[in-house]
Design a protein around this ligand. Structure first.
Ligand code: F6P
Length: 365
């Protein structure tokens, strides 16, 4: 009987997911005793009744490395440890279905799992590994906030999208003599904002790792008005905070989902700048999910392909509980537990920040 590998993509989608799936399937097809299945919508495909699994053959994945999204679907809600159930009064709770999940794997004769996902998904991988599950992780997220890997795939594409937005906003800011604020994603990390601000040449970049003083931001705008440039571009990460405030978010009451939804930092900054007496007009752009959709750039296609091939090789080596990681120039295996121990955040004294300051970009401090 053939061995069965199950692939799942979990959490927010990200450019390059399909390239990982294709690479795993292509590499697995060289071993004639393996077949590959996909679990639809992360691990929901295993936990639903009836189960929802699809066969992933080389023909099925041909050419998908250029496509955005994931052909097997994803979700950032629920999962084996927090499955949402509705009570008779209409309210929602979550239950631990991890034992049921393991039984279902046995029923399906699954010999190995490759779980492609970010921080939340790799926490699930670690929990399942501790229950004896033969699982390998692949780090995915546009936020680049997983530790122990130089980059996650999807991040560079998100930076390209954000940089393209800065480039466009610079020309309209200059034409209209305005402050243009661009809010980008990144959760608790400022990687996308900082990279896009440097690549696009913004005047100000505000990130969660360095709380900003609105008066310092205003000072930059005033200087730009006084020196005749007359406009300014600000990139703000969704998790950025003023020195005297917290993150801007809305409550998320979707059952089994993350409790908060970051967003609103750009609008809040605009309000703060107006109140502080900004001398020119302000407009805001929220880049949102444009950063997550669409085709991966060449770097992410290559990184995703390297991750996929390596992940299958870790399956052959039975390196359960490990995640593939990019440590330039190598693709290595690291314990999932290490990768999720802490967020990979921007170092306020690191080279990227020094570069930004050297270029005259204000971090609002
Ligand atoms: O983690 C990826 C990410 O895109 C974050 O940058 C963002 O805060 C979050 O997901 C948005 O999630 P949702 O898909 O729920 O809008």
């Amino acid at each position: 009987m053939k061995k069965r590998l199950l692939i799942a993509t979990g959490g927010g989608d990200c450019p390059g997911l399909n390239a990982v799936i294709r690479a795993i399937v292509k590499r697995a097809s060289k071993e004639h005793n393996w077949e590959v299945l996909g679990s639809i919508d992360a691990f929901d495909g295993i936990l639903r009744d009836p189960m929802h699994l699809v066969e992933l053959s080389p023909e099925k994945v041909a050419g998908i490395h250029v496509m955005g999204g994931t052909i097997i679907g994803t979700t950032n809600k629920g999962g084996p440890f927090a499955w949402p159930i509705q009570n008779s009064d209409g309210s929602w709770d979550t239950v631990d279905r991890s034992k049921d999940f393991m039984d279902r794997l046995r029923y399906q004769n699954i010999d190995a799992i490759i779980n492609i996902g970010g921080d939340g998904s790799q926490r699930i991988s670690q929990g399942l590994f501790e229950l004896g599950c033969p699982i390998i992780g692949v780090p995915k997220t546009i936020d680049n906030d997983l530790s122990d890997t130089d980059f996650t795939f999807g991040f560079q594409t998100a930076v390209d999208v954000a940089t393209d937005a800065v480039d466009k906003l610079v020309t309209t800011a200059a034409s209209h003599h305005r402050v243009l604020i661009l809010e980008v994603m990144g959760r608790y990390a400022g990687w996308i904002a900082l990279h896009a601000a440097i690549a696009g040449g913004a005047e100000v970049c505000l990130i969660p790792e360095i709380p900003y003083d609105i008066n310092k931001v205003l000072q930059i705008v005033n200087e730009r008005v006084d020196n005749g440039r007359g406009f300014a571009n600000i990139v703000i990460a969704e998790g950025a905070t003023p020195i005297d405030g917290g993150m801007s978010f809305s409550e998320n009451d979707t059952p089994g989902a993350m409790k908060i939804h970051l967003g609103g930092a750009g609008l809040r900054l605009a309000e703060e700048l107006r109140e502080a007496g900004c001398p020119i007009e302000i407009r805001e752009t929220i880049l949102g999910h444009l950063q997550r959709g669409g085709s991966p750039n060449a770097f992410d296609r290559i990184l995703a392909s390297m991750f996929g091939v390596k992940a299958f090789e870790l399956v052959l080596e039975k390196k359960w509980g490990h995640m593939v990681a990019y440590r330039h120039p190598n693709i290595e295996a690291v314990p999932i537990a290490d990768a999720i121990k802490e967020y990979n955040l921007v170092n306020p004294n690191g080279n990227l920040i020094k570069t930004a300051r050297g270029l005259g970009i204000s971090l609002g401090d």
